[in-house]
Write a protein that binds this ligand. Structure first.
Ligand SMILES: *Cc1c(COP(=O)(O)O)cnc(C)c1O
Length: 382
């Protein structure tokens, strides 16, 4: 089976992990700050807080921004459930904004209209850079100032992407950006995530929240320092720490990021070419954006549930590990129980009912890509 995504692990990546295994620290050693600093330097952000997953990163980002039980967070339905669950972990309510049919990112028109007519305004909006294409961050940032909400970029797909020449993660148009290093994403640390920000107070809060809400910085103690063993829990935090083994892998992978992005873009251009003339909607990258192409998603032009399933199953039967990104989050049973229903977000629903993610990863060979293309052409012709 050709998978839809998978990691690329080099001998140097393996050696980096083995070095940690032979060192004094498996966790909380020197690799974590090295990885954080290297990632900050790469994207041009001031602070990076490594965590054990992007899901954890989204959670502590919401907490650092003060999201609580009387608050509201908005995101898109066309995403992984974690983009919405972060609000629920904080006891806050979640609502969705429909997507743009071309980019499948948050629709700025829909966002502006929802803000204009809202009875309750969101405290946080989470734009998701779907498939690695940056959202319209300039426009979203203008709305944030106008309506007073904070922005957390779910940049899980977009490590290595750029927006008007600036790397995603620089937080030029957001408060916090979150990366994921799950093996199907652009670079991997096994499991892992990183929260980026240019705000010292947010970074400090997230450093405490990832480790039990504890500080060992004597200058910050609320009570008298009782001795060299002393530490203080100053808020309720979690064990969301990344470990050194993961950070060493992430750091080694970061050195390969540019090559990964180049190869993914090369594969995308080749898909565009090989799939031309077919009755499908292909990804469209807008001007002034470099997509990291975490995903290459095509859409059937006619919404027909039976045909969608037949094409999908034909590809799988040929050994092509296609997937669907995403079944809209609001249609998950656990979200329908909150009151969401089919029809609430038509563009996201149309997308989920027509989308097929083709295999896309740095080590996908030209030959394997041709197999995918031929299988898709056959499936569409039947
Ligand atoms: C993968 C993903 C996440 C969660 O990442 P983890 O590191 O697995 O927790 C969140 N949001 C989006 C959009 C993702 O694709």
């Amino acid at each position: 089976m050709i998978p839809y995504g998978r990691q690329s692990i080099s001998e140097a990546d393996i050696a980096a992990v083995v070095d940690v295994l032979r060192s004094d620290f498996l966790t909380q050693g020197p690799a974590i700050p090295k990885f954080e600093q290297a990632m900050c330097a790469k994207v041009g952000a001031q602070y990076g807080v490594a965590v054990n997953s992007a899901t954890s990163g989204l959670h502590i980002a919401c907490l650092a921004l003060g999201l609580g039980p009387d608050d509201l967070l908005w995101t898109v339905p066309n995403t992984f459930v974690a983009s919405a669950n972060c609000a629920r972990y904080c006891g806050a309510d979640v609502d969705f904004v429909d997507i743009d049919p071309v980019t499948q990112n948050i629709s700025v028109t829909a966002l502006a209209e929802k803000l204009r007519t809202a009875e309750r305004l969101p405290k946080i909006v989470v734009p998701v850079h779907f498939s690695g294409q940056p959202c319209d961050m300039k426009e979203i940032a203008i709305l944030a100032r106008q309506y007073g909400f904070k922005i957390i970029e779910d940049a899980s797909h977009a490590v290595g992407a750029t927006y008007f020449g600036e790397p995603v993660g620089s937080c030029q148009y957001s408060d916090i950006a979150i990366f994921s290093f799950h093996p199907v994403k652009i670079i991997t640390s096994g499991e892992g995530g990183l929260a980026l920000t240019n705000d010292a107070a947010l970074a400090e809060a997230m450093v405490m929240l990832r480790s039990h809400g504890i500080t060992r910085d004597a200058t910050r103690y609320e009570q008298p320092d009782r001795g060299p063993w002393y530490y203080e829990q100053q808020m309720l935090g979690y064990n969301y720490r990344m470990i050194d083994i993961e950070a060493a892998l992430g750091l080694s992978q970061l050195g390969r990021l540019d090559a990964f992005i180049a190869r993914r873009n090369q594969l995308a251009a080749r898909y565009d070419d090989l799939l031309s003339g077919l009755d499908i909607q292909k990804p469209k990258v807008l001007p002034n954006r470099l997509s990291s192409f975490h995903l290459y998603v095509v859409r059937l032009t006619v919404r027909d549930a039976d045909r969608h399933r037949r094409v999908f199953e034909k590809l799988r039967a040929d050994g092509v590990g296609v997937n669907v990104h995403y079944t809209p989050v609001h249609l998950q049973p656990d979200f329908q129980r909150l009151g969401f229903a089919p029809g609430d977000f038509p563009e996201a629903e149309r997308h989920g009912a027509t989308a097929i993610s083709l295999p896309m990863y740095a080590d996908l060979s030209d030959e394997a890509q041709l197999t995918v293309v031929n299988s898709l052409i056959n499936a569409l012709g039947e």
